[in-house]
Design a protein around this ligand. Structure first.
Ligand SMILES: Cc1cc2nc3c(=O)[nH]c(=O)nc-3n(C[C@H](O)[C@H](O)[C@H](O)COP(=O)(O)OP(=O)(O)OC[C@H]3O[C@@H](n4cnc5c(N)ncnc54)[C@H](O)[C@@H]3O)c2cc1C
Length: 302
């Protein structure tokens, strides 16, 4: 079994390489642009796709598939980004297989890839073994811990096939949101709908700065209220984090949110409702008003 890992994001690529090692001893990374920049991702081989300014990774789907088809069997891990998802879909067509989206684990069972993913809105885990020769998975950041000290890959070569674009970009409007790297954060203040107003975020930011952490949130804070960037929300459809400490403030603890934070080492919950589900999923619980507790905690920890 050969493994291929593909992402336009080099940090994610390192995590995918670590996950791919669970099923294959030989890992090839496919990168877009400078191969040397990804040399330490942990792959044995790197194939570079020369991405033009107006191009997209999906333009290389056929070329990448032709490369994968040189192996009798292959497991393909694609970073679950907007560009990655488009590429994964096309790859699955060329490889005549399905895409298994947002997996939460990948192992080998009798030499076959075996994966898990949460289903039914996070209430159940589905485990499947792949029987076909080729399989394509999309993987969020934070699922696999990037291997460290793997050394630089020296087998870097351009992909044989060429890009073939079915779409032409006519303009580009850069997103202006500041991305927070919650996956790398050691401490997080998690803000939920208990926060009454956007300006009160300053209170949570002060607590985050007192513990040298980052601010993350539940989905409604980012998706509905738009008080924080979408990249800040945690959960089964958001970022999956594993900090040493997470302080959940005004978060009810719905299963879809818990699915993104339950690998944290220590979970502290502050909620004024003592029957909130978050208290079943935390190490320390404080029943009370976050508007009273957060300033006191910040003062103590500063
Ligand atoms: C398919 C699907 C996928 C989803 N994916 C995600 C996901 O990835 N991530 C995610 O976060 N959500 C996700 N959701 C939404 C999820 O179901 C919940 O609606 C959401 O997590 C609730 O966010 P919340 O806890 O901030 O808000 P609420 O559930 O409204 O909870 C607010 C909490 O704040 C408390 N509170 C209020 N005032 C105070 C105060 N002054 N002091 C202390 N506590 C206070 C309340 O007691 C309450 O418990 C998904 C939903 C679906 C259907």
């Amino acid at each position: 079994m050969q493994s291929y890992v593909i992402s336009e994001n080099n940090a994610l690529l390192s995590e995918l390489c670590a996950g791919a090692r669970n099923v294959a001893s030989d890992v090839t990374a496919v990168v877009f642009g400078d191969g040397a920049a990804a040399a330490e991702c942990g792959a044995d081989h790197i194939l570079t796709c020369p991405l033009e300014e107006s191009g997209s990774p999906e333009d290389f789907a056929k070329a990448i598939a032709e490369e994968i088809l040189k192996s009798d069997a292959a497991c393909v891990l694609v970073g679950n980004t907007i560009l990655g998802r488009a590429l994964a879909g096309k790859l699955s067509v060329y490889l005549n297989t399905a895409v298994f989206a947002t997996i939460s684990s990948l192992t080998s069972e009798d030499g076959k890839p075996c994966f898990e993913r949460t289903v039914f809105g996070g209430t159940a885990v589905n485990k499947q073994v792949i029987e076909t020769a080729y399989s394509v998975f999309t993987v969020n950041s934070g699922i696999f811990a990037a291997a460290e000290g793997t050394g630089a890959c020296t087998d870097i070569a351009p992909i044989a096939g060429a890009a073939s674009a079915s779409l032409k970009r006519v303009s580009k409007d850069e997103k202006r949101e500041t991305a927070v790297n919650l996956v790398a954060a050691k401490r997080i203040v998690d803000v939920g709908r208990g926060l009454a107003a956007q300006e009160d975020l300053a209170m949570c930011e002060k607590l985050a700065s007192a513990i040298d952490g980052e601010v993350g949130c539940s989905r409604p804070i980012a998706e509905n209220n738009k008080w924080l960037p979408k990249s800040s929300y945690m959960g089964i459809t958001g970022v999956q984090v594993k900090p040493d400490l997470i302080i959940c403030t005004g978060v009810s603890g719905q299963v879809q949110h818990i699915g993104g934070i339950n690998k944290s080492k220590v979970i502290v919950a502050i909620n004024k409702d003592k029957s909130a589900p978050i208290f079943k999923n935390c190490d320390f619980g404080l029943v009370g008003d976050m508007y009273k507790i957060i300033p006191l905690l910040t003062e103590k920890l500063s």
